[in-house]
Write a new protein. Structure first.
Ligand code: AHM
Ligand code: MG
Length: 335
């Protein structure tokens, strides 16, 4: 879809719905509610650095309210807003062991998995963090949803995206019809379309991996990373390294500039199914975005992330994600 700039996210969602006359508007309603949750979290993240100066750290703030840690605040904001939106039947959050029910009488037809504030080690140091979300249609017929509704393949997502809290706040999402990026204008509180129809470069120049874990990687991953650092004029190598340590921020950078992000299985995370990152609310939504933008996402043994049938809400997965030709090469090398 070719869209002019100056389009608000709400306008974009409403316009997209017009192309699907059969749509009930529920997905649009759901995304609108998520946008409000994202703006609320963004405002709190922006205030976080000032908290000490304004005397809001410690147990209570100046209004006498209990101060929450930012990740708890983000989790509660999404949970409370979405439980009564009327479009969901069940939710899963990185912050909660079990599924989260919706308010009685508000059951809808979708499910939501989310990482309320990804990049936990960067929360207190003013480095980019973000909220990642994944939406599926429910499987069970009605009433409250269950774990069964949550455990679905990434391939069956109806929407996925993230809100990145950085030098500006951005919303990037897909409903299976390309990837759109919006930037928050805080002076009016609106997200405006700033990155229409994002396509990620086919070949990149950047590698994102935590080199500190090198001694824990399998031999073939070490070999592949060494290859990316070798001089190869035709392929533009050696690649430069960029690693922020917030998946959502590393992903966003690579989405726009091209890059390959790798978090392989390692001997630090020895339990099956290996890896550190979570399938339902980290790997799968980003995999849908990257495929929609022309890239790829696989495990370190070549399985398409979107084809994995989840068996656990907090299942981990080794992740290789980014520019298509780089991921193709990783797949060939690691096989
Ligand atoms: P989190 O959800 O607790 O923040 O953990 C996931 C994060 C990702 O954002 C990031 O890619 C990864 O952990 C960084 O891990 P490491 O510090 O091992 O490189
Ligand atoms: Mg996370």
């Amino acid at each position: 879809m070719n869209k002019p700039l100056g389009v608000t996210v709400i306008r974009h969602i409403v316009d997209s719905q017009r192309l699907h006359p059969e749509a009930t508007g529920d997905l649009s309603g759901l995304l609108n509610e998520l946008v409000v949750a994202g703006k609320t979290i963004s405002a709190e993240v922006n205030m976080a650095g000032l908290a000490d100066i304004l005397g809001m750290s410690g147990k209570t703030n100046i209004q006498g309210e209990k101060v929450q840690k930012l990740d708890e605040f983000a989790n509660n904001t999404i949970k409370k807003r979405m439980a009564r939106c009327g479009y969901l039947c069940v939710m899963t959050s990185e912050e909660e062991d079990d599924v989260i029910p919706v308010a009685d009488g508000y059951e809808g037809k979708y499910t939501l998995a989310f990482d309320p504030l990804d990049g936990s080690t960067n929360i207190d140091v003013n480095v980019n963090i973000g909220t990642i979300f994944s939406v599926h249609r429910r499987r069970t017929p009605g009433g409250q949803g269950s774990k069964e509704d949550m455990l679905q393949r990434g391939r069956d997502q109806v929407a996925a995206g993230y809100i990145l809290y950085g030098s500006s706040t951005m919303l990037v999402f897909t409903t299976g019809d390309g990837v759109q990026g919006f930037t928050l204008d805080p002076s009016v509180g609106e997200f405006y379309l700033s990155h229409p129809d994002i396509r990620t470069p086919e070949r990149s120049k950047y590698l994102s991996i935590n080199e500190g874990n090198r001694n824990y990687w399998p031999e073939n991953v070490r070999g592949f990373v060494d290859l990316l650092k070798e001089k190869d004029q035709e392929k533009g190598r050696p690649y430069s390294c960029r690693y922020i340590g917030s998946l959502v921020a590393d992903f966003h950078r690579n989405l726009i500039s091209g890059g390959i992000f790798i978090y392989p299985r390692d001997s630090k995370n020895p339990k099956k199914p290996y890896g550190k990152l979570r399938l339902l609310y980290e790997a799968a939504p980003l995999a849908m975005l990257i495929e929609q933008a022309g890239g790829r996402a696989i495990t370190d043994d070549g399985i398409n992330i979107l084809d994995i049938e989840p068996t656990d809400l907090h299942q981990r997965v080794p992740l290789i994600i980014g520019s298509k030709l780089d991921v193709d090469e990783a797949e060939g090398f690691l096989r």
